[in-house]
Design a protein around this ligand. Structure first.
Ligand SMILES: CC(C)(COP(=O)(O)OP(=O)(O)OC[C@H]1O[C@@H](n2cnc3c(N)ncnc32)[C@H](O)[C@@H]1OP(=O)(O)O)[C@@H](O)C(=O)NCCC(=O)NCCS
Length: 238
């Protein structure tokens, strides 16, 4: 049986960011057993099957909570029963609302890491979100050389060693949020665009393909969802 520690610093659902019409909400993934059972009742048969594929009880529980909370948050915003929210999946795996809900113009994306999930909501725009638990990345420079652009990889090498993990994860979340906003995920080459990497500096997209500049049609922001985590969100400008 999943046995979550009850941690009062981890409310079930909490606001992370609200700017213009973009909203980011967090949810702790370790919940008491009765809550887990209640969230399980909201899932579709396919979602239950996905959860059941996890070997570890903790991963199964996290999958149920992440999906169950998504349904609750969407249900509230759409004014429908959470279990009745129709969800579809695009070619590259991005979940979206089914056609029954298209009139609402609501777009969303989600990410999970460690014991946290983060959900982004907006209206009539594309959105992508990524969060990561801060951790040691011993091979950050090698990973950057392999996946990041030359500009980002050079910038990472120039950063103090003590800040390199956080800079790597800042860059990673910004890049993941963009490829999730366009819906392509990691099928989109991460080296084909540049983001800023300073973890405490402004999060910006500075190049897409051969076009560099400040107005590339996307807005990017970094945020700290909880101590020990870092996150980024990308929305299309219209
Ligand atoms: C999707 C991907 C960006 C996820 O990144 P990650 O950091 O491992 O995980 P995150 O927790 O941040 O995000 C996972 C969530 O992103 C969403 N997601 C999945 N594919 C997505 C996509 N192409 N675009 C946007 N969001 C996507 C899902 O909601 C998923 O959570 P869920 O499976 O619980 O519903 C990455 O794993 C990827 O691109 N994988 C390959 C995608 C692919 O081509 N799949 C082909 C189908 S098998």
């Amino acid at each position: 049986m999943h046995d979550p520690e009850h941690d009062p610093d981890w409310p079930d659902v909490f606001d992370i960011l609200e700017e213009r019409d973009v909203e980011v909400v967090g949810a702790g993934l370790d919940v008491p057993a009765p809550e887990l059972a209640a969230l399980h009742t909201l899932l579709s048969a396919a979602e239950r099957q996905i959860a059941d594929r996890y070997k570890s009880e903790r991963d199964r529980a996290h999958s149920i909570v992440a999906r169950g909370r998504l349904r609750q948050l969407l249900g509230t915003r759409l004014g429908v029963d959470p279990a009745g929210v129709a969800l579809e999946v695009s070619t590259h795996g991005k979940p979206a609302l089914g056609s029954a809900h298209h009139g609402a113009g609501l777009a969303f994306n989600l990410s999970h890491s460690g014991k946290l999930a983060a959900y982004a909501f907006t209206r009539r725009r594309a959105v992508g979100i990524d969060i990561e638990q801060l951790r040691d990345i011993p091979d950050a420079e090698r990973l950057a050389a392999r996946f990041f652009s030359q500009t980002e990889s050079d910038a990472l090498r120039a950063i103090d060693a003590g800040e390199r993990n956080r800079a790597f994860l800042a860059c990673w979340t910004r890049k993941e949020a963009f490829v999730k906003a366009i819906g392509e995920g990691l099928t989109h080459p991460l080296s084909s665009f540049d983001v800023t990497i300073a973890p405490d500096g402004p999060a910006r997209l500075t190049r897409i393909g051969t076009v560099a500049g400040d107005s590339l049609g996307w807005s990017m922001a970094s945020f700290r969802p909880r101590d020990g985590y870092i996150g980024a969100i990308v929305t299309s400008d219209d």
